[in-house]
Design a protein around this ligand. Structure first.
Ligand SMILES: Cc1cc2nc3c(=O)[nH]c(=O)nc-3n(C[C@H](O)[C@H](O)[C@H](O)COP(=O)(O)OP(=O)(O)OC[C@H]3O[C@@H](n4cnc5c(N)ncnc54)[C@H](O)[C@@H]3O)c2cc1C
Length: 361
């Protein structure tokens, strides 16, 4: 049986470990802190790229593959873990009128359900919206998961088959004669036949020892959550790059900023003010609702948001699955399956060439 090490316990590492263990591999996952506490905790959990028509086909292919399987995945995770990831078919309203032409062309090309809503239909669908005069684009099939619960469900679901080592940071990849031998951690050496790096925003740091690391860099995102009566806001709403996500229990998220501030996870008063204003402009009731929490996470940014998935060209047995930028929750299941296909020499679900280390992005 092959011994595989997965480095990083975010959504990508957990999904990858799950795929590999399901195929019968002996898998150990190593996480520097606690699993599911970084970007995968901080995100919004929308099961679609924002403005999906702005992305390359290679990103759309990962998102579409995952979208078709998300409700089954959540059902399986809940059955295995007892944790409900709150996979809800909320639907997505996009209020930017200038997106219409691109959106309609994209929806037709990808057989996605997308409707144009007139102002009265929009006001009926989402009565608490402050501004309905321009109508909206309506994507009824887009859903969401609740990130902390999704990560917890994944963690519990893999525990039966994957050895999870937390509070153990990998400090070095051990390579002899062009082959991976294992890793060095703060606690010692772990040997392995294959290693897959799923270290999110920290991936380039880990691969830097090899020279020419992938162009993954931290991109800070700040979010806030309000608490209102459940059902007062019903759908995910997107307008001018800000989005509102209503959870089932009345929590309502507003996101997010996009900041190139290195590995700094601090929140700022300026972002809080911007998010608060954007939330109140979309839904006036939020101006009078309590803010429960304001936080920041570090997305694993990559050129054009296209993740790095594949084998390292110089080191046998070394793989990566990282750089999912704004879309790691929605593209995660496909990425995990694809990297597992490549590691286990199975026929891949998608052409892997756009995700290679040196693929043009
Ligand atoms: C504000 C915000 C909103 C978002 N909204 C959405 C959304 O709506 N939909 C969507 O699809 N995506 C969204 N995302 C993006 C998504 O959250 C990320 O793409 C995804 O979580 C990346 O997962 P990951 O496992 O690669 O990274 P992470 O979750 O950051 O996990 C990486 C893990 O690797 C560990 N690690 C790093 N270095 C080492 C080491 N040396 N040794 C051991 N462990 C190590 C870290 O501790 C961490 O736990 C959002 C992100 C943010 C920040």
């Amino acid at each position: 049986m092959s011994r595989i090490l997965v480095i990083g316990g975010g959504a990508i590492g957990l999904l990858t470990a799950r795929e590999l263990a399901e195929a019968g591999a002996q898998v150990t996952l190593i996480e520097r802190g606690e699993t599911g506490r970084e970007s995968s905790w901080a995100g919004g959990g929308i099961l679609s790229p924002l403005y999906p028509w702005r992305y390359a086909e290679s990103l759309t292919a990962l998102a579409n593959w995952s979208q078709a399987r998300y409700s089954d995945l959540c059902r399986e995770l809940q059955a295995a873990s007892g944790v409900d990831p709150e996979c809800l078919p909320s639907g997505l309203l996009i209020l930017d009128p200038e997106e219409r032409t691109a959106a309609l062309g994209w929806a037709q090309a990808h057989a996605m359900r997308l409707e144009q809503l007139q102002p009265t239909a929009l006001a009926e669908l989402e009565p608490a919206l402050g501004h309905t005069a321009d109508g909206a684009l309506w994507l009824p099939e887009i859903g969401q998961v609740r990130n902390p619960r999704f990560a917890r469900a994944l963690r519990r679901a893999v525990e039966a088959r994957v050895l999870v080592r937390e509070h153990e940071g990998v400090t070095e990849l051990l390579i002899t004669a062009g082959r991976i031998q294992g890793v060095r951690t703060h606690q010692g050496i772990l040997e392995a036949d294959r290693v897959v790096v799923c270290a999110g925003a920290w991936t380039a740091k880990l691969l830097a020892q090899l020279g020419d690391p992938p162009a993954v860099e931290p991109v800070r995102g700040q979010m806030m959550v309000f608490l209102i009566q459940p059902g007062e806001i019903r759908h995910i709403v997107l307008y001018r790059d800000r989005y509102i996500i209503p959870r089932r229990d009345g929590h309502v998220l507003i996101g997010s900023t996009l900041e190139y501030t290195g590995f700094d996870k601090a929140t700022t008063a300026e972002a809080k003010e911007q998010l608060y204003r954007a939330a109140g402009a979309l839904f006036p009731l939020l101006r009078h609702s309590p803010i429960e929490h304001h936080w920041a996470g570090l997305r694993p940014g990559s050129p054009n948001g296209i993740p790095y998935i594949g084998a390292h060209p110089q080191v046998e047995g070394l793989f990566f699955n990282a750089g999912h930028f704004r879309n790691g929750v929605i593209t995660g299941p496909a990425s995990a399956r694809l990297v597992a296909d490549l590691m286990l020499a199975r026929s891949p679900i998608l052409d892997p060439s756009p995700y290679g280390l040196h693929a043009s992005r």
